[in-house]
Design a protein around this ligand. Structure first.
Ligand code: UAG
Ligand code: ATP
Length: 487
């Protein structure tokens, strides 16, 4: 419980109506969660405008309302606060309500199209091994040390985020590593948060359904670096064309890492096999369990963060070299007959191309590559034919199937993907709508030593069809099929 006036300490109000010394029990931006004593914040969303629900919040006995536009009638007994930007105000109020937890941690945010989950997971494991109490906020799960807290978003909303950070502070965490999505930046989920550092991994074609254009997507990512304070570091992948743009106006101190260019943090791939990566990092040779050139970037970024946070470089490298990747990220099992089944979350053209290039690099010429891929419904449709084409270009056999069709017709998504299959590739491509059947087909087609890639869903344990989440785990189904088919 907090006084409204204390919650408003960092918010510049346009006007206030009613007492500010009222007790607020919690903050909600969804009228359906309002009850007596709750402060309701009206936020403009994608589908609806929270201002339309002020009346509902009032009827549910909200103690106060924060909004950009005041309703025509102000009910007596309820305090109304008008602000210029209620999304930003929500972030600042949530931070104040929970006692500004982000200022009590070394909080590092990672943004980029790919590599966020892997990077924050590596950092969480690294700092745990270094002996710290550490928080993790990621797409797969949130964590306080080893305690798992399920995640609903890559970056939680401002209220949940501050609540989670406060829990971490209470549990004695000194560090937290979190993913910062471009959606979160546009929706100001991290407004009012103090970061000790920010990392940019890369940016490629994704989420254009939400951002509208690539330029706007870049702007969303860049806005994260614009908000970093002078005390923070901004660590950027210099091999990405947009890397330098990210830190153009940042107040934070800019640092760079790269494999191709000579930068402050640099690495070189000596060898890349199914057993892992052999690297030279800042002049030190290491062998690590992570597979694929892209993981050299993730490892180097994590190493850079550790050094910038004051850790001993050698110690950090030694620990990093012993770590496995995150669940569903190049996660593999080998069957009795030596078929390698790889489950990977790659659901963007770039990520799929990366995984397949990696497989091509590490396979021997006799191993066939069978790729199973689908695309999500109600998300960027332009990537569907592109992903089918990438799968065909880099595999011997391709099975197009369903991912999470959500509210779209699964067959319509497959039809979009098929448009990317070139006539020469028709023979190697099959469409199997049912994902379980598709995995079975991949196993049937595989001969000893072949490689199956199951792309798109990684760690997910469900398949979302017409609003219903059905239990589905790629790795589990794959294992079952290997056994069932005696492979
Ligand atoms: C497209 C999108 O990002 N939507 C997010 C957004 O919801 P919205 O803007 O659609 O909300 P809305 O339905 O238009 O409602 C507007 C406002 O009216 C309020 N309202 C609405 C109805 C009502 O009866 N009463 C009421 O008060 C709502 O609470 C909201 O404040 O704000 C909500 C609260 O923060 C989010 O939960 C919601 O995430 C949806 C569920 C989602 O799926 N988001 C995904 C796309 C997302 O954010 N993904 C990124 C990762 C992307 C990636 O890298 O892969 C993430 O960070 O997770
Ligand atoms: N640094 C990287 N560069 C390019 N591709 C990468 C990189 N790291 C991981 N990938 C690929 O992207 C996939 C997703 O990785 P990861 O989950 O770490 O990214 P993410 O940014 O968290 O994506 P999402 O928000 O969609 O979960 C991996 O399985 C891998 O195929």
């Amino acid at each position: 419980m907090q006084l409204l006036q204390d919650i408003l300490q960092n918010v510049s109000a346009v006007s206030t109506h009613g007492p500010l010394d009222v007790q607020v029990q919690s903050i909600a931006f969804d009228s359906r969660q309002v009850q007596e004593g709750v402060l309701f914040v009206a936020v403009r969303g994608v589908q609806a405008d929270g201002h339309a629900f002020i009346q509902k919040a009032v009827e549910a006995n909200a103690v106060a309302v924060v909004c950009e536009e005041l309703p025509k009638e102000l009910q007596p007994g309820i305090t109304f606060v008008q602000v210029r930007d209620s999304g930003e105000a929500l972030g600042r109020m949530a931070s104040a309500f929970y006692g500004h937890p982000s200022t009590k941690l070394q909080l590092v945010g990672v943004t980029g199209t790919n590599g966020k989950t892997t990077s924050v997971t590596l950092l969480h494991k690294l700092f745990r091994e270094l002996g710290y109490h550490v928080g993790l906020i990621s797409t797969v799960q949130n964590q306080i040390d080893e305690e798992i807290i399920p995640a609903t978003h890559t970056t939680p909303d401002a209220v949940k985020l501050n609540e989670l950070l406060a829990q971490m502070v209470k549990a004695g965490c000194t560090h937290c590593f979190m993913e910062v999505s471009s959606h979160a930046m546009v929706q100001q989920r991290v407004a009012g948060i103090t970061f000790a550092g920010g990392v940019f991994t890369n940016i490629t074609h994704d989420h254009l359904d939400y951002h509208g254009s690539f330029e706007d997507y870049i702007k969303a990512k860049k806005s994260f670096f614009d908000m970093l304070p002078k005390t923070a570091f901004a660590l950027v992948n210099a091999d990405d064309k947009r890397g330098p743009v990210m830190v153009q106006n940042t107040k934070a101190s800019a640092h760079f890492y790269a494999l191709r260019k000579a930068e402050e943090f640099k690495a070189r791939i000596i060898d890349n096999t199914i057993q892992g990566l052999h690297l030279e990092v800042d002049g030190q040779e290491i062998w690590c369990k992570l597979i694929g050139a892209f993981n050299a970037y993730n490892l180097l970024g994590a190493y850079g963060v550790a050094v910038l946070l004051g850790e001993d470089p050698m110690e950090a490298l030694t620990v990093l070299s012993s770590l496995n990747s995150a669940a569903g990220r190049f996660d593999y099992i080998v069957s009795e007959s030596q078929i390698t089944g790889i489950v990977d979350y790659a659901h963007t053209p770039d990520a799929l191309e990366n995984v397949l290039n990696t497989i091509q690099e590490i396979r021997n010429p006799n191993q066939k590559v069978i790729t199973l891929v689908g695309c999500g419904g109600n998300r960027d449709a332009t990537k569907r034919p592109i992903m089918a084409d990438i799968a065909c270009r880099l595999s011997d056999r391709v099975i197009l199937t369903s991912d999470n069709p959500r509210f779209e017709e699964p067959q319509a998504i497959l039809d979009d993907m098929q448009k990317g299959v070139k006539p020469l590739d028709f023979k190697k491509t099959l469409s199997v709508l049912d994902r379980k059947e598709a995995i079975k087909t991949a196993c049937m087609l595989a001969e000893p030593d072949d490689i199956i890639l199951i792309a798109g869903k990684g760690h997910e344990t469900y398949q979302e069809i017409k609003g219903v989440k059905y239990d589905f785990d790629d790795k589990k189904v794959l294992r079952e099929m290997f056994v069932q088919l005696g492979k």
